[in-house]
Every structure is written in structure tokens, then in C-alpha cells.
Design a protein around this ligand. Structure first.
Ligand code: 5GP
Ligand code: ZN
Length: 115
């Protein structure tokens, strides 16, 4: 999608501090970190939100959640103390960028409920 900031980051048209990349997935530091470790993991393919994940994307989402997120958590050394994974979805969910992304937040104690 030509006007999507995360598509531009995935295409390396906009710079970012990358933490992970494979054929289908890329991860980078959040521009406005809400924790000492704050990484965004995205599919390179433009998927608008969790609600737009199709049958053909199920393996991709599983790969992100089961493989990529734990790998990044280990590499950032937040696996032992714990971390939070968030997918903001839609307006009430606080989604501001309409390209599916998984937040990984760590290296501080989290509160519940979130704001
Ligand atoms: P959302 O609120 O949609 O769940 O999260 C979007 C996140 O993307 C926000 O935490 C915001 O700081 C981050 N973000 C927005 N634009 C950019 C950008 O151009 N580069 C990076 N690295 N992060 C961005
Ligand atoms: Zn996009």
C-alpha cells in the first residue's frame, strides 16, 4: 500500500532500527517507545488489522506469534523476567497505524488494566 508508513518501512523506503527480518516478516523499534524494549513486528504484506487476517495468512500470523516474538524476546533478554504482547485493533483498541503490527514491550513491570 503506497501511503502506508509500515509498508514503506518494510520496503526500506523509510528508515527504522530493525530487530528482525525474514522473507515475510520484519521487526523494528517503535518510534515512541512505551517501555525500555518496544519492538513492532509486522508482516511485510499489507494486512489492515487482526480482523483482516485471511485464511491464507494464518501460517504467517502463527509464525509471528510462535517463532518471531519469542526469538526477539530472547535476543532482547526480556524472556526471563517477562514481557507484554499487544495487538491494538480498531479505534477503541487504539490502533493508529492501519497495518497489522504486534507490539513487544519489556524491561519494565507492566500494569493491568492498561489505559
Ligand atoms: P498502534 O497505536 O497503531 O497500535 O501502534 C502504532 C505504533 O507505531 C505506535 O506505537 C507508534 O509510536 C509507532 N509508529 C508510528 N509511526 C512510526 C514510524 O514511522 N516509525 C516507527 N518506528 N514507529 C512508528
Ligand atoms: Zn502497509
Amino acid at each position: 500500500m503506497s501511503d502506508c508508513i509500515f509498508c514503506k518501512i518494510a520496503a526500506k523506503e523509510v528508515p527504522a532500527n530493525f530487530a528482525y527480518e525474514d522473507d515475510d516478516v520484519i521487526a523494528f523499534s517503535d518510534l515512541a517507545p512505551q517501555a525500555p524494549v518496544h519492538i513492532l513486528v509486522i508482516p511485510k504484506k499489507h494486512i489492515e488489522s487482526l480482523l483482516a487476517v485471511g485464511e491464507e495468512d494464518k501460517k504467517l500470523l502463527s509464525h509471528i506469534m510462535v517463532d518471531v516474538v519469542p526469538q526477539i524476546a530472547r535476543e532482547k533478554h526480556i524472556d526471563e523476567k517477562g514481557f507484554r504482547v499487544v495487538i491494538n485493533t480498531g479505534d477503541d483498541g487504539g490502533q493508529t497505524v492501519k497495518h497489522l503490527h504486534v507490539h513487544i514491550l519489556g524491561d519494565r513491570s507492566m500494569q493491568w488494566p492498561p489505559g
